[in-house]
Design a protein around this ligand. Sequence first.
Ligand SMILES: NC(=O)c1ccc[n+]([C@@H]2O[C@H](COP(=O)([O-])OP(=O)(O)OC[C@H]3O[C@@H](n4cnc5c(N)ncnc54)[C@H](OP(=O)(O)O)[C@@H]3O)[C@@H](O)[C@H]2O)c1
Length: 259
Amino acid sequence: MQKFILVGYGNLASSMMQGFSTHQMFSHCSFLIYGRDFERSKAFASKYPNAQAIPSLEDHLSQDSTLILCIKPKGIQSFQIHQSFFLLYSVMAGVDIATLQKHFPQAQNFARSMPNIGASIQKSSTSLFCLGSLEAQTLAKKLTQAFGSATLLASEELIDASIATNGSSPAFLSLVAEALIESGVREGIPLSQSRELVYATFEGFAQLLLTHSPQEIKALVTSPAGTTAEGLAYLENKGFKGILQEASHQSVLKAKGKI
Ligand SMILES: NC(=O)c1ccc[n+]([C@@H]2O[C@H](COP(=O)([O-])OP(=O)(O)OC[C@H]3O[C@@H](n4cnc5c(N)ncnc54)[C@H](OP(=O)(O)O)[C@@H]3O)[C@@H](O)[C@H]2O)c1
């Protein structure tokens, strides 16, 4: 029987634990909660039916344990664990597997994931990389799916590369939503109604993406010499797509420590 230990009690830990306590794959499993403040671990654990706080890590780690690290990246420095256990699953941005191996040299398998803000409603778009057995990879994917969707990437480098496509992109899309709402107001639509129209557009667009590519949606909306064609031509002339691509690239460079 797999044992799960969640390290951390911050925002992302809450979102993930919400998924682990409600998703049918894990709601019957118990999760041990460990953090550097035992009182806060207890307060955190008390919110979930299948969670229990523990005062120390070493007493609970064994061959069938999965350790889920959900702490700030600098927190890795306080761990030097020499016990063997099944899987180390980390959400820490920018902490690579080579570093994890230094602090957990006996971990048998490693997984790194990059969740996004959607985790707060169990709808995270999460990139995932796993170094280890197929069994570990399957478990890492299931853990990730408890709080959204999991996209398994072929190399660890692609986790940092995915920072813009799933990590930062909700902020980029917020900018688009904000601009569209303000455009409605500029043309005379009351703010609340402009918001309502844009929110519903995003909702419908998200549904359409399940069956259509962005190119197909664009073609469906754009009639020859029509209003959308005029707007798209303006955006293309101003380099809108190129700006978004460059912004994404800057985010990736930052994630890789290159700027
Ligand atoms: N939030 C997101 O959407 C998101 C997305 C992708 C990746 N991540 C990653 O998820 C991790 C947690 O983010 P968060 O948003 O949940 O942050 P958070 O709400 O600030 O929580 C941080 C957690 O880390 C612990 N911690 C901080 N410094 C520590 C140290 N030196 N030693 C041990 N524990 C330490 C905190 O415990 P104390 O309060 O006791 O310090 C707390 O449990 C980060 O590594 C981040 O890169 C988050």
